[in-house]
Design a protein around this ligand. Structure first.
Ligand code: NAP
Length: 338
């Protein structure tokens, strides 16, 4: 065994509004010999996700805030290069939460050995095959109770969760699937590649107007990744008995002032709507069923996916910011190059 230098990105200060280059710092950490039960993993891909913005604030949430001056954590996939554990052997592909570093050396119990995905990179465990895909599945089924023939509206449709949501909705029997995204290229991808029946660029005209045009028969299920004007527009278009899965509100994550609530929430009363927020940790019992379904769909060629890949662990903060600003199609990942 030998020492190894790991390049890691830490939270240097808590941001107000949008994070800047001062929010993060890159450091080198030297790992010595493995302690009993530890493994050394070279990360191939690390994930950048919107929820990380919330964890940069020192507030109570469903996951604790990131600690200042410590290496950021988050989803990552890599390969075991040294092992002092019988359960996690050298060569195994592993999924874990020791992200934002190129090499991780930790207790083996924090690493899940995962099978190779035939013909696809391990990064899919951070996207469509992983918590991202599961979020889409859980939101549609356990939260929004999708029915055959439903009209489904997905906001943030060209991102990681959104591209999964439209396809899964269709595979589970939705009647009409519409989505919104932030560029003409993304809108074209939604209809040409991801099976959306119609899509619009929310930057072109008010969401209220554009959503009305693509949903002549109203909306039965709204899967909301965005909040704000998208939620208001959907509340206007919901059919009686409609269900709204509140998955995220990315339009507000960098706000510095309190944002006003929807001006039409009373529609929930008069139309008997269900609005339910969710976070994945409460729904992990759906993971096995999701994996079975996704494995079948994937093998049958029924799932398209895109990844936006940024190279170099030191570029992880920039990748995070680019993703928050819409610089990604599908899942944004960083290839560590280690
Ligand atoms: N509840 C859960 O357990 C759970 C789990 C995972 C993710 N989420 C949530 O799901 C949502 C999507 O996450 P993701 O990982 O799939 O990220 P993503 O959609 O791949 O990336 C974020 C996207 O948000 C869009 N965006 C940014 N600012 C916006 C704005 N002001 N208005 C509309 N769209 C905006 C951008 O696309 P455009 O170019 O289209 O603007 C950007 O690509 C987030 O809200 C996240 O917090 C929730």
């Amino acid at each position: 065994m030998s020492d190894v230098v790991s390049t890691q990105v830490q939270l240097a200060e808590r941001p107000t509004g949008w994070p800047t280059e001062d929010t993060f710092r890159t450091v080198e950490v030297t790992y010595g010999d493995l302690a009993p039960g530890q493994v050394r993993v070279v990360n191939e891909f690390v994930s950048v996700d919107p929820y990380m913005r919330g964890r940069m604030n020192d507030v109570k949430s469903y996951v604790p805030p990131f600690a200042l001056g410590e290496t950021m954590t988050g989803g990552a996939v890599g390969r075991v290069v040294e092992s002092a554990s019988d359960d996690v052997p050298v060569g195994a592909a592993v999924l874990h939460q020791h992200g934002w570093r190129d090499v991780a050396q930790e207790d083996a119990r924090g690493f899940q050995v995962v099978p190779e995905i035939p013909g696809a990179p391990l990064s899919l465990y951070l996207g469509i095959f992983g918590l991202t895909g599961l979020t889409a599945y859980v939101g549609l089924t356990a939260v929004a109770d999708l029915h055959e023939g439903d009209t489904v509206f997905v906001s943030g449709a060209a991102g990681a969760v959104g591209t999964a949501t439209g396809q899964i909705a269709r595979l589970l029997g939705a009647g009409r699937v519409v989505g919104s995204a932030g560029s003409a290229e993304k809108v074209a991808l939604l209809t040409d590649r991801y099976g959306y029946d119609a899509a619009f660029n929310y930057k072109d005209a008010p969401v209220r107007r554009q959503l009305r045009e693509v949903t002549p028969d109203g909306v039965d299920v709204f899967f909301d990744n965005v909040g704000g004007d998208h939620l208001e527009a959907a509340l206007d278009r919901m059919n009686t008995g409609g269900r709204i899965a509140l998955c995220g509100a990315i339009s507000q994550y960098n706000d510095t002032e309190r944002t006003p609530g929807p001006d039409n929430l009373a529609n929930a009363v008069t139309r008997g709507l269900m609005l339910k927020g969710f976070t994945l940790p409460s729904y992990m019992d759906h993971a096995e069923r999701f994996r079975e379904l996704m494995t079948g769909w994937f093998a049958a060629g029924e799932i398209a996916y895109d990844e936006t890949v940024v190279d170099g662990i030191e570029n992880t903060p920039q990748a995070f910011l680019d993703m928050m600003r819409g610089g990604n199609v599908g899942k944004m990942v960083v290839r560590t190059g280690a």
